[in-house]
Design a protein around this ligand. Structure first.
Ligand code: TYD
Length: 210
């Protein structure tokens, strides 16, 4: 993202891709190297956004209207960006978010069928054009990823075809902007994945100082 002192990294992928583990490993490696690092997640990251999370992921609301779902994710994200992500970037931190706008594009735009353009537009508005400097896609086939899910949330409970569409949407998005995406097969060993991500983040940081 331009015009901020910090670096904004999003981790994306289908359910069960191992993002949360990689997010933690990245925090450890960057903190160990002396950087100011903020780890956060979506939906969530602030008290109000976490409250929205508990609604939007709850199996109690099976059949929630897709537009309401898209707007709830965007509402949580707006709060998250303005209260947590932007201030951290402005002070020069590295912000690592477990999911960001691409999740809405893949899940709501493509898999729910609401349309990529409208979801992108809503989210640009909600975030005031906040775009990650780097998005890491942990690429896993839906059947493999879902096999890892225990206690499925409302989205994880969707049928396999939905999750296949999510995975394809992430791949398409990454293929369209190779400079901004790092795609890693989630089947790689966790230490190898974390080393690849760490190296790429260092490249991004070096680019900024040139
Ligand atoms: P979570 O438990 O965080 O799952 P994961 O560990 O796979 O990230 O639940 C987040 C769920 O919400 C996940 O199924 C993806 C979905 N989601 C959307 O559908 N749209 C979004 O914009 C975001 C951020 C998440």
């Amino acid at each position: 993202m331009t015009n901020t002192a910090g670096l904004f990294i999003a981790l994306e992928g289908g359910d069960g891709a191992g993002k949360s583990t990689q997010a933690r490993l990245l925090v450890d490696s960057l903190t160990g190297a002396g950087f100011d690092v903020v780890l956060t997640r979506e939906p969530g990251g602030t008290p109000a956004a976490e409250a929205i999370r508990s609604i939007v992921l709850s199996p109690d609301y099976a059949g929630l209207d897709p537009r309401a779902e898209a707007l709830l994710f965007a509402a949580a994200r707006s709060e998250h960006v303005h209260r947590l992500i932007r201030p951290a970037l402005d002070r020069g931190a590295i912000v690592i978010s477990d999911r960001f706008v691409d999740s809405s594009i893949a899940y709501q735009g493509v898999a729910r069928g609401l349309g990529v353009d409208v979801i992108a537009e809503i989210n640009l508005w909600a975030t005031q054009d906040t775009v990650p400097d780097l998005t890491v896609l942990l690429d896993v086939d839906a059947s493999t990823g879902l096999g890892r899910a225990t206690d499925p949330n409302r989205l994880e409970a969707e049928p396999t075809a939905f999750h296949d569409a999510v995975v394809e949407a992430f791949r398409t998005r990454a293929a369209g902007d190779p400079d901004r995406y790092l795609v890693i097969p989630a089947s790689n060993a966790p230490e190898s994945i974390s080393a690849q991500i760490h190296d790429r983040v260092l490249v991004e940081l070096q680019r900024r100082t040139q």
